[in-house]
Design a protein around this ligand. Structure first.
Ligand code: AR6
Length: 181
């Protein structure tokens, strides 16, 4: 599913983020930047050990912030590492921090002249953020950003399973009821 937001495209697909050919892919990392399971593990395996070496030089990343590295063996030239909130530990800050993770990732993309970005569904795996709450927030945040920044031509959400895809589709349909392309 795809919608146009100004001159930009917001797209939802089911698939594996490590296989994307966008200029950047976003990693759902943790604050240590030293790798982990889920998307993080898959990205580090696909990119190879040079990715971890570069992450070590950066040191760490706060929750809700984002940092950039090269993509090494990935098709994507860059990896933007962001850290979403751990849902049950962040209480009232959860929404603000998840929104910030998406926004900061896009700001980092913009600052590096990147025009196409693929996102996974941040925080909805090991970090336990309910998909029904995370999907509309993710869609709204990215759509608002694209409305203001046509320099980013494509944002693609790459959802791992049919349940996640459906949750994002429902959120996108609700926000842009008649704009499927
Ligand atoms: N491509 C796209 N989506 C994927 C892939 C993939 N290859 N693999 C998993 N997903 P998670 P989080 C989905 O746990 O909740 C790590 O250990 C998955 O089904 O990867 O932000 C980090 O180091 C889920 O919907 O990220 C952190 O410690 C979504 O990606 C912690 O997990 C996010 O799941 C971060 O937890």
């Amino acid at each position: 599913m795809k919608v146009k937001i100004g001159s930009s495209t917001l797209e939802l697909v089911q698939g594996d983020i490590t296989q994307q050919d966008t200029e950047a892919i976003v990693n759902a990392a943790n604050r240590t930047l030293l790798g982990g399971g889920g998307v993080d593990g898959a990205i580090h395996r696909a990119a190879g050990p040079d990715l971890l070496a570069e992450c070590r030089t950066i040191g760490s990343c706060d929750t809700g912030d984002a940092v950039i590295t090269k993509g090494y063996r990935l098709k994507a030239r860059y990896v933007i590492h962001t850290v979403g909130p751990i849902y049950h530990r962040s209480g009232l800050r959860a929404e603000r921090l998840l929104k910030s993770a998406y926004q900061r990732s896009l700001e980092v993309a913009l600052a590096n002249g990147i025009r196409s970005v693929a996102f996974p569904s941040i925080s909805t795996g090991a970090y336990g953020y309910p998909l029904s709450k995370a999907a509309p927030l993710a869609i709204r945040t990215v759509a608002n950003f694209l409305e203001e920044h046509p320099e980013i031509e494509l944002v693609r959400f790459v959802l791992f399973g049919p349940k996640a895809l459906r949750a994002f589709e429902e959120a996108l349909e609700r926000l842009y009821p008649s704009e499927k392309v």
